[in-house]
Write a protein that binds this ligand. Structure first.
Ligand SMILES: Cc1cc2nc3c(=O)[nH]c(=O)nc-3n(C[C@H](O)[C@H](O)[C@H](O)COP(=O)(O)OP(=O)(O)OC[C@H]3O[C@@H](n4cnc5c(N)ncnc54)[C@H](O)[C@@H]3O)c2cc1C
Length: 474
């Protein structure tokens, strides 16, 4: 059995057939991207509607359903698999999680029960370099499954209809409504007309055209040795970014590890890639199992596999957007989260209330601009180029480790506030410029690496964007 087949067998053994199907489905879509939604006859301008808002996709963004229902809207959620089921643990800071309370999804007490672990601090560390602690970032681990199950139950109590096993296959939009067709497993299909569709199909949306992607595998593990040593797991510390080797086959692999319930740790392995690259979750799982002992000691057992492709948009290419007036992208489909940290959960928390407000406005005023209803921090226009460089495959040996070490050494020297701000997408463009200048002073080769990673033409466009954001030129 090849290492990849062996890795798939291990995922099926602990995750079951449905989870392996999800992995294979995601891998197959990288080789053959999802077809553009087939056309239907667009609804008449005065057509009657079944729902005000349909969410296609019931993953993380199903959190929006109870929020929209609380505004008095008729809402439905359709998922090709089961809506409100997550196979992930999500990390965010305490203030970021408050958005769940503010949006009326959980009470303070319910939120504290969903947080399975809190850490004293986080750390970023690089092969051959230093270890840089930071406080107040990604330091609460949230139990994603119960969070989404809670949101689904709340949404149902507020009148939201859920349709599991319904994959969106076709759509057509007029100026006031959208007609949708969902395929079901037995070959049957259902047609629905809504005033607006929220495309929450994540990376599977045909409009998820972001230029970068972060293949991520791992999951909840048991059996890692606890302690303070570099290859031991300290249950009071979250490891945000860690590298344990050099570039191999053009890729710098990065680990992260967050303690969860007592005795459990969520461990991920990922790398930065361009969306057209040949990437595979099954192959990355083979590496995960083979290289885990380099990262953490112990008799490690995977108890809950979690994986996915997280899209990233460098802001150097056209933005992902829906080609239909009454369709709006959110979450991974829209890819407005940080292209450097890929923190889609944090970005979703920031976006829930503004997105609900924008949808309510759009239903009142059919001509409202729906190109983007999710939060997009200005700093992403600058960090996107760095992510593009990380994905460029133009580096060898420890060139990226050295660059990352210089960057995080600089951030650490700048103090906890700017360090945390960058990781939470809150750094202002002017502070980012200062960070770049200081990194270049510590590691002068940085400008050459930028040129090599993104090319002279793109550097020109990026510098223009940088100048615009720093000097607030529209
Ligand atoms: C392993 C992993 C760990 C992560 N950890 C963190 C973290 O700690 N912190 C953080 O901030 N972010 C994290 N992220 C990122 C975060 O999980 C994503 O950004 C987020 O889940 C995106 O939400 P979404 O609703 O857009 O898509 P998803 O949550 O991926 O949901 C998409 C849904 O659409 C459904 N679907 C697909 N096609 C169709 C179709 N044709 N019709 C109907 N339904 C369809 C799918 O079944 C799925 O339920 C992680 C991502 C991964 C992969």
């Amino acid at each position: 059995m090849s290492e990849t087949s062996n890795a798939r067998a291990r995922v099926r053994e602990v995750g079951g057939v449905e989870l392996l199907e999800r992995l294979d489905h995601l891998d197959a879509q990288r080789r053959r991207p999802p077809p553009v939604d087939a056309a239907l006859v667009a609804p008449d301008v005065d057509a009657s509607t079944d729902f005000d808002v349909v969410l296609a996709g019931g993953g993380l963004w199903s959190l929006l359903a109870p929020v929209l229902a609380s505004r008095g809207l008729r809402v439905a959620v359709f998922d090709r698999s089961t809506a409100g089921v997550a196979h992930r643990e999500w990390n965010a800071s305490g203030p970021e999680l408050r958005a769940l309370v503010d949006a009326g999804i959980v009470s303070n007490e319910e939120l504290s029960k969903l947080v399975v672990a809190r850490y004293d601090h986080g750390v970023c560390k690089f092969f051959g370099g230093g270890s840089y602690a930071v406080e107040g970032v990604l330091d609460h681990a949230v139990d994603a499954g119960p969070l989404l199950a809670h949101a689904r139950a709340l949404a149902e109590r507020r009148g939201v209809r859920f349709f599991d096993g319904h994959a969106l296959t076709s759509l057509a939009s007029s100026a006031t409504a959208v007609r949708l067709r969902f395929g079901r497993s037995a070959g049957a299909s259902s047609n629905v007309v809504a005033k607006l569709m929220v495309d929450a199909r994540g990376v599977s949306s045909p409009y998820a055209t972001a230029d970068l992607v972060c293949p991520t595998v791992g999951g909840v593990m048991r059996g890692l040795v606890e302690g303070d040593g570099p290859t031991e797991m300290n249950p009071r510390v979250g490891e945000i970014l860690a590298t344990v080797d050099s570039i191999e086959e053009g890729r710098q692999h990065v680990w992260e590890a967050f303690p969860g319930r007592p005795g459990e740790t969520t461990v991920y392995l990922f790398y930065y890639a361009r969306s057209g690259d040949d990437v595979s979750l099954a192959e990355l799982y083979a590496r995960f199992f083979a290289k885990l002992p380099l990262y953490k000691e112990g008799d490690a057992a995977l108890v809950r596999p979690t994986f996915g492709f997280i899209p990233g948009w460098s802001r150097l290419t056209p933005a992902p957007c829906a080609p239909h007036g009454r369709v709006v992208l959110v979450g991974d489909a829209a890819a407005r989260h940080s292209p450097l940290t890929y923190c889609g959960f944090g970005a979703t928390l920031r976006s829930l209330k503004p997105a609900a407000d924008a949808i309510v406005r759009a239903l009142e005023r059919p001509r409202a601009d729906l190109r983007s209803i999710v939060d997009d921090a200005p700093v992403h226009a600058l960090t996107g180029a760095l992510a593009h460089i990380m994905a460029s495959r133009t580096f060898d040996g420890d060139e990226l480790n050295d660059l990352l070490d210089a960057a995080f050494h600089t951030l650490h020297d700048m103090g906890n506030a700017p360090y945390a701000e960058l990781l939470k997408d809150e750094m202002k463009p002017r502070a980012f410029l200062g960070f770049l200048r200081r990194t270049a002073a510590r590691h002068p080769a940085v400008w050459g690496k930028i040129m090599r990673g993104i090319g002279v033409g793109v550097v020109g466009r990026w510098s223009l964007g940088l100048a615009r954001s720093v000097f607030a030129i529209p």
